[in-house]
Design a protein around this ligand. Structure first.
Ligand SMILES: Nc1ncnc2c1ncn2[C@@H]1O[C@H](COP(=O)(O)OP(=O)(O)O)[C@@H](O)[C@H]1O
Ligand SMILES: [Mg+2]
Length: 521
């Protein structure tokens, strides 16, 4: 018998999909296949069980199904979809595996591909197409869809940002400082970079990328301990003995690079919290600067929001000119189009007036990736459990009435803005009849003044810049700004007494200015 199931051979030899295996696991030969390019829920490590042994063929179908389920438990696979590739013809195995299956709190769907289907896929003009059709017959839409609104996304779920990815992957020596508001996609970008860098390693290399969530770190030592424990936990004791020595810390990056056999890329997420904890003692960034500048033992990619942005512009900190600055903004129309149409096409969902739907979503979300995801997800939800496979502009209406979406939009706005920025938005919303009304700085200033809020030009300017970065304002176009997300404007007007919330934002701003005259903006 051959060493590979026919489907994997076809996908690999004809279409150059990567796979790993066979790995012997729980009485089965198993494979991991990289189907991330399909932009469905199938990841770069989609698990496959190969059912090809005579002892499996002689089992009663329900016993075989139970063995398959136990194999998933034993392998501890937390995949949404597990492929079961069978070397004979069976319609019953799919029936037997159809019931909802969860293990350790995780839900898994099985897609069975038997010998006849394997051959059909292998011989098809487009194996991808035939295989996807077959998956669609067996797996509910929501389980095949790549849309995700809750956590960071990578691989099959990652869209756009090609330019940034390419630049960072190409400039292997440069540090990067990635600044962006909450939920704009910083963590996703870091994780995707890590994934792609790891992919480019020859097999069997030591890990040379370290991802650190800095929001949980209290001190410089916490940071060093975290990277040591990821790379070589046995060195923790030694570190604890020498943690007083800045010299030891300075040499640590070199030491770790030596151990791992080359330059290490450190992906440091959420650095704002750590910067605040350090209260001006930036030794650790000094050490990073050295490790990356002279000797190439390390490379750093930092992501954060306001505190990072503030610190990297202070001349006397080591973050000044630490690396290339990159502001992560909303998606451009092209990226939104990809995120909407690629998965829906793969899911064989027809979009009536396709471009109009894309334009609508783009205008209503201002390209905010998380909001686009929300739109796509609720569009799909409407088809789930029905036979309908067509969507039109009218279906977008459902999103407006979705309370979760409204709550989410509001929370994103509140968590991404400071008091003065909110005051500006409330004043704008209170003034306009139509969401597309534009404002010059002078008009915004006048509206604030009418409401007894006097601010300096620099503060006003910074606040408007920040609102643009946050995706709340668009512009300045011919020196004029407008509210980016029409639904947000409508909602703020519907939900709040604008006088009241403006008054509150004004008070908060004035209180913050009195406390920290230099930093309130
Ligand atoms: N490149 C991307 N492709 C698709 N969706 C994205 C992308 N970046 C962000 N998102 C969406 O935004 C959400 C928040 O992304 P995340 O990376 O956690 O943001 P941040 O770290 O900036 O807070 C994700 O759950 C996803 O819905
Ligand atoms: Mg994040």
């Amino acid at each position: 018998m051959s060493e590979l199931p026919l489907v994997i051979r076809a996908l690999h030899e004809r279409l150059h999909f990567r796979y790993r295996g066979p790995l012997r696991q729980a009485h089965f030969d198993t494979f991991l296949i990289d189907l991330a390019d399909w932009k469905l829920s199938l990841t770069d490590q989609t698990p496959c069980l190969w059912v090809h042994k005579p002892e499996h063929q002689s089992l009663a179908i329900f016993d075989l199904a139970e063995e398959v389920r136990d194999a998933v438990r034993e392998a501890d696979w937390h995949a949404e979809v597990v492929l079961v590739l069978v070397e004979w013809q069976t319609a019953e195995l799919h029936e037997a595996l159809k019931a909802a299956f969860s293990h350790a709190g995780h839900f898994t769907q099985f897609a069975v591909i038997d010998a006849v289907q394997q051959r059909a896929i292998a011989e098809a003009a487009s194996p991808s197409r035939v295989m996807q059709d077959w998956l669609l017959e067996q797996i509910p839409l929501s389980d095949l869809s790549p849309y995700e609104t809750g956590r960071f996304v990578t691989g099959n779920r990652f869209f756009g940002r090609e330019f940034d990815l390419k630049q960072i992957l190409r400039q292997q020596h440069d540090n990067y400082l990635i600044v962006g508001v909450r939920r704009i996609g910083k963590s996703s970008l870091l994780r995707e970079l890590q994934r792609r860098l790891d992919l480019s390693d020859p097999a069997g290399e030591q890990p040379r990328r370290v991802y650190v969530d800095c929001s949980v770190l209290q001190s410089e030592d916490d940071f060093y301990k975290e990277i040591i424990s990821q790379l070589n936990p046995r060195d923790i004791k030694r570190f604890e003995r020498q943690s007083q020595s800045q010299r030891f810390k300075a040499q640590l990056f070199q030491y770790l690079a030596g151990r791992q056999g080359g330059r290490i890329t450190y992906l440091l997420d959420e650095v704002d919290g750590l910067l605040q904890q350090l209260t001006g003692d930036y030794h650790v960034f000094e050490a990073m600067r050295h490790a990356s500048a002279q000797d190439g033992y390390a490379r750093f990619i930092l992501a954060g929001f306001r505190e990072l942005d503030r610190t990297l512009h202070l001349i006397d900190t080591p973050l000044y000119h630490f690396g290339i600055e990159l502001t992560l903004g909303p998606f451009k129309l092209d990226d939104v189009r990809k995120m909407v149409t690629e998965p829906l096409d793969q899911l064989r969902i027809k979009l009536e007036h396709r471009e109009e739907i894309v334009q609508h979503i783009y205008q209503e979300t201002a390209g905010h990736p998380n909001l686009v995801q929300f739109y796509c997800k609720s569009l799909l939800d409407q088809l789930e459990g029905t036979k309908r496979r067509i969507l039109s502009v009218a279906d977008l209406q459902v999103v407006y009435d979705d309370n979760d979406f409204r709550r989410f939009l509001m929370q994103t706005f509140l968590s991404n803005t400071l008091p003065l920025e909110r005051a500006i938005v409330f004043a704008m919303v209170a003034t306009i009849d139509a969401p597309e009304t534009t404002f010059s700085l002078k008009e915004i200033d006048a509206e604030l003044g009418r409401r007894s809020l006097q601010v300096e030009l620099s503060q006003l300017n910074t606040a408007c810049d920040n609102l643009v970065t946050a995706g709340v304002l668009t512009g300045p176009k011919q020196k004029r700004y407008r509210l980016s997300i029409p639904l947000l404007a409508t909602m703020l007007a519907e939900t709040y007494s604008l006088d009241f919330v403006f008054g509150k934002a004004r008070r908060d701003f004035l209180a913050a200015t009195a406390l920290h005259p230099e930093s309130a903006s």
